[in-house]
Design a protein around this ligand. Structure first.
Ligand code: CTP
Length: 207
């Protein structure tokens, strides 16, 4: 199968040199890409710059912003069997980024944000009959109920729920739910092990 995987936290530029981002390390995206390659799949990884080791065997597409990630997903989506949105995509971007470096003054500064496109929702809406779309959710309360709402609303085949503690960490404790299936709780483990399990679960949906 051809996996299209996204990873890392997008960067939303305020001016030429400053951006708003989040604490995502890109580890889960890379771990998923490695696990899929190891299982014999073809992989395209759309990634924000990270400190992750170079990944050989996959096609790597480098992006920075949510808008660039959306363009890249749109371009490659029709050719993949499974999209995994592991990236921490910004929900908001800067409404009017400055074209030059903003100079400091002694006044307060207000930055107006506008919503980004929900890439996962777009993919759920446009997926073909044999395509699988997997989303991630970061929840701290009412985990299962909120994730199930996302699974339905975004027309996903599987959702993987992370807790905030997993962000930037080498380990994750996740809960997984497929469309028709039951909740599955994976004990805290290295992201390599968690990724291998997620890829195996996706293989079970498709075969
Ligand atoms: N996502 C996306 N495009 C966005 C924002 C998020 O594709 N503009 C994807 C993420 O890659 C992840 C999933 O949506 O797979 C879950 O994102 P999350 O932030 O948990 O959910 P939201 O729908 O943004 O809702 P909320 O932040 O209110 O929980």
């Amino acid at each position: 199968m051809h996996f299209l995987i996204t990873g890392g936290g997008t960067r939303e530029y305020i001016d030429l040199v400053r951006f708003i981002s989040n604490a995502s390390s890109g580890k889960m995206g890379y771990a998923l890409a490695r696990a899929a390659l190891k299982a014999g799949h073809k992989v395209t990884l759309i990634t924000v710059p990270t400190t992750q080791r170079v990944l050989s065997g996959a096609k790597i597409i480098k992006v920075e912003t949510a808008a660039q990630m959306f363009e890249a997903v749109r371009k490659h989506f029709s050719r993949c069997g499974c999209l995994i949105m592991a990236a921490a995509v910004a929900d908001y971007t800067v409404a009017r980024p400055a074209k030059t470096k903003i100079k400091k003054t002694d006044k307060s500064l207000t930055i107006k944000l506008k919503p980004t496109v929900d890439i996962l929702k777009w993919a759920g809406k446009h997926k073909g009959k044999n395509q699988v779309v997997v989303g991630f959710a970061l929840e701290d309360k009412n985990i299962r109920a909120r994730a199930e709402k996302k699974l339905k609303e975004k027309n996903l085949d599987m959702i993987v729920v992370n807790s905030p503690a997993a962000i930037g960490s080498d380990k994750a404790a996740v809960e997984i739910k497929t469309g028709g299936g039951k909740w599955l709780r994976l004990r805290k483990a290295g992201k390599t092990i968690v990724a291998k399990k997620i890829i195996a679960d996706i293989e079970n949906i498709t075969w």
